[in-house]
Design a binder for this molecule. Structure first.
Ligand code: ST9
Ligand code: ZN
Ligand code: ZN
Length: 345
């Protein structure tokens, strides 16, 4: 059924479907095309940069404080009201969906389309996760896919586990990230009023949605202390969500099975997928980045985000969900997959 349009839901311009979406589909039809891409890519990977790492001490200081606050919040969980713990959990899922269903699968990859109310909801959730605005998050993520594990990848896993996990947020970006990032097509995000609005008012919105609301809701709704609410639903929940996200860049780029493409680092990691509500099937995702499920298996195996998008599709808020056909997966597995590695969970 064709999606209904209304005043707020003007479709994105034609060039988004014509130029931008195909550029996000990093998939090669022929072996030869694929081999060329791999050759170019490995040359980039092997290039040794002489750039010095410049640490941003302000960020180091803020992250240390944040983690001390989060640890204290964890300690307070043992004396807080049960409703406060449940609330922190729900906020983690909401913020998580803002990242997974929002900035990742919708805005960075355009793996499905979302109507205006869903885009608003996802932008609110994404702000709750405070991981940079949708525009910046998606630009870093597009450059991560296009130049994965080279110096143009913001969280280049070849610079070590710590760098891929959090270190990249504690130092200046490699000039290649910015250079290559500027060549990316980003007009689709510029054309989305929800993305523009969130970027314009990002910091005040973060203050309100990520910290103030999680602090005052438990206080007003079940008389939790403001102290407990701030440290548990604010800081602890925020830092927990950050680590669940960062695990995808560190752990899922290091350990796990590679049933779809044995030549790349991203791997299938169930442990990461549970914490990252369905985003640990990273070998599949880097092989077929345009699949809305980021996995061969739909909702199966704790892919909560896929379940959420499926429900949104049922009520008509999500549509044009892109899914790779079983035949295409099979062909790709035969060509590049590690065939010894069947899914074993
Ligand atoms: C956070 C992000 O945590 C986490 C993202 C994780 C991604 C995971 C992906 C995995 C898949 C999805 C799984 C989801 C699972 C979720 C599970 C949930 C349960 N292209 O930035 P500046 C320009 S954030 C083009 O200052 P520096 C930029 O526009 C945490 N251009 O670079 C600017 O231009 P102009 C909270 C680019 O100075 C200029 O460059 N946030 C690009 O090197 C300078 O930009 C923080 O901690 C690009 N890609 O500083 C903030 N990038 O001058 C941390 C930049 O014209 N960030 N530009 O305006 C910072 O403090 C700084 O960015 C920095 C680098 C210190 C890291
Ligand atoms: Zn991705
Ligand atoms: Zn990745």
């Amino acid at each position: 059924m064709a999606p209904r349009n209304n005043l707020f839901d003007t479709p994105l311009p034609d060039y988004v479907e014509r130029d931008i979406v195909p550029s996000l589909i990093d998939h090669h039809e022929s072996d030869e095309e694929d081999e060329n891409a791999i050759q170019n890519h490995s040359a980039l990977k092997q290039w040794v940069s002489t750039e010095k790492t410049i640490i941003v001490w302000r960020n180091v200081f803020i992250f240390i404080l944040l983690h001390l606050g989060a640890l204290y919040g964890f300690y307070l969980c043992f004396s807080a009201k049960i409703m406060t713990i449940i609330c922190a959990f729900i906020l983690y899922i909401m913020g998580g969906l803002g990242i997974t269903a929002g900035s990742h699968r919708l805005w960075a990859h355009r793996s499905y389309k979302a109507r205006f109310p869903l885009r608003i909801l996802l932008a609110i959730f994404q702000t709750m996760a405070f991981q940079n605005c949708v525009y910046e998050w998606s630009r870093d993520h597009r450059v991560h896919h296009k130049y994965s594990e080279t110096h143009a990848d913001p969280h280049n896993a070849n610079r070590g586990f710590f760098f891929a996990h959090v270190g990249w947020l504690l130092c200046r970006k490699h000039p290649d990230v910015i250079r290559k990032g500027k060549d990316l097509k980003m007009d689709d995000l510029r054309a989305d009023p929800v993305v523009r609005f969130q970027e314009k008012f990002y910091l005040p919105l973060v203050g309100l949605i990520c910290f103030i609301l999680p602090t005052i809701l438990p206080y007003f709704l079940w008389s939790e202390s403001l102290w407990n609410s701030y440290f548990i639903c604010g800081l602890f929940r925020y830092v927990f969500t950050l680590h669940c996200t960062w695990l995808v860049n560190s752990v899922a780029h290091s350990w796990g099975m590679k049933p779809y493409d044995r030549r790349i680092n991203p791997s299938e990691n169930l442990f990461v997928s549970i914490g990252a509500i369905g985003e640990g099937f990273h070998n599949y995702h880097h092989t077929f980045p345009f699949d809305y499920s980021t996995s061969e298996y739909g909702f199966k195996y704790f892919n909560l985000t896929t379940g959420f998008i499926n429900v949104m599709a049922k009520i008509g808020w999500a549509y044009d969900l892109k899914k790779v056909s079983p035949e295409m997966i099979k062909q790709r597995r035969l060509r590049t997959g590690d065939l010894k590695m069947e899914h074993q969970w």
